[in-house]
Design a protein around this ligand. Structure first.
Ligand code: AKG
Length: 370
């Protein structure tokens, strides 16, 4: 082994077991840099060091700055979407369903490879589904995410009018040392190098297109170094598969960022941006987020929307929804085929074709739509 190889081997080892020591300084620097971009319009203070990170209060409107930042990084943090009362209510609802968490302890369910940086020290990630089926009180905050007035301009800017829920949302929990998730996704798949049309990000004529958008609703603070959601900024535009050791967080970890977030923030990320999760480090706090996925009107990845017998999402999801929220549960089809679209004031407009054309379809096909 040459001296250089020995030094590299030492680095990998310290990364693996001490991501929170040697590489943390680099990571925090990255966080500070990205944070500086986010906060550009709102603060003139210096952003060196971690204390400032907590103060970030990014401009949360969907405006030209936000568009630029999303196009640059492939994700954006919308601050303070949920009030502290709503965060409390969501966590209380989760507590009432605590016994329904399912740990990914089976080796074939693991999201990271044992012995690698993102694996943690033992416990598997815990998943809790059915958050939209818990009745009027317990599902209220989760249902609000479907068409939240603060998120609506972002959904429209990132997915277009007529956007839809694509996956069933679920709560992610990590306990101390709990497993993260090896890096995945990518417009160019980070592990195979293949083009992923169903996850792809693109920008055409000033319009952003995300085939699939993640909305990670933060329900517990993620301070720098805590772990949890992580991302490779800019990787939505990457053209090559990732170096192997990077997928596991063992190599090039200075390019993997764990954004600092507060409970109530929402991280919107393209599934075309390579992302994953770091093992959770706090001793005294569970990691909790609720992960939604949304798609444009004509895109689809999941298949729960048409149920097992063509009947739509699980029926309890449709209870207690307003018109705007209900429209997000529509299956995939084009806007001009009588789709309910949410307007800026959250009212609904049905986008349609002229009656003569609709009659023509009925005459030709004997059905309402082609
Ligand atoms: O833990 C996270 O926030 C990321 C999870 C994720 O990417 C997934 O479950 O597909």
């Amino acid at each position: 082994m040459t001296r250089r190889q020995r030094a590299e081997a030492r680095n990998i080892k310290s990364d693996r077991h001490g991501m929170r020591s040697s590489s943390v300084a680099l990571m925090l620097l990255t966080v500070s840099r990205i944070g500086a971009a986010f906060v550009a319009r709102t603060s003139s203070s210096s952003l060196i060091g971690t204390r400032q990170i907590h103060k970030l209060r990014m401009t949360t409107d969907w405006d030209d700055d936000a568009k630029y930042l999303f196009d640059l990084n492939g994700f954006i943090i919308v601050r303070n979407v949920l009030s502290s009362e709503e965060v409390k209510a969501a966590n209380a609802a989760i507590n009432r369903h605590e016994d329904q968490f399912i740990e990914r302890s089976d080796p074939s369910l693991r999201n990271a490879v044992e012995g690698t940086a993102l694996y943690g020290s033992g416990p598997g990630r815990k998943d809790l589904g059915r958050v939209l089926e818990w009745g009027s009180e317990d599902s209220k905050v989760f249902k609000s995410i479907l068409a939240h007035e603060r998120l609506l301009p972002f959904y429209h800017g990132l997915l277009g009018k007529g956007y839809r829920m694509d996956h069933l949302p679920f709560v992610i929990r990590q306990d101390m040392g709990g497993e993260g998730f090896q890096l995945h996704g990518g417009t160019i798949d980070c592990s195979s190098g293949e083009y992923n049309p169903f996850l792809a990000y693109s920008c055409n004529q000033g319009k952003l297109h995300n085939a699939l958008l993640g909305a990670n609703v933060i329900l517990e603070d993620h301070n720098p170094g805590d772990g949890g959601f992580c991302v490779v900024p800019g990787s939505h535009k990457s053209n090559f598969k990732m170096p192997k050791g990077m997928l596991n967080g063992d190599m090039h970890s200075e390019f993997i960022m764990q954004p600092a977030t507060k409970a109530g923030d929402v991280v919107l990320f393209s599934e075309g941006t390579v992302h994953g999760a770091m093992a959770w480090t706090p001793r005294d706090r569970q990691r909790r987020t609720c992960l939604f996925r949304f798609a444009p009107a004509t895109n689809v990845y999941g298949r729960s929307y048409f149920g097992h017998e063509g009947g739509g999402w699980p029926t309890a999801i449709y209870d207690d929804l307003d018109e705007a929220q209900r429209s997000v549960l529509e299956p995939p089809y084009a806007n001009r085929l009588d789709r309910p679209n949410i307007l800026e004031d959250r009212s609904i407009e049905i986008t349609t074709r002229n009656e003569r054309k609709k009659q023509h379809d009925r005459d030709v096909f004997g059905t309402r739509y082609f």
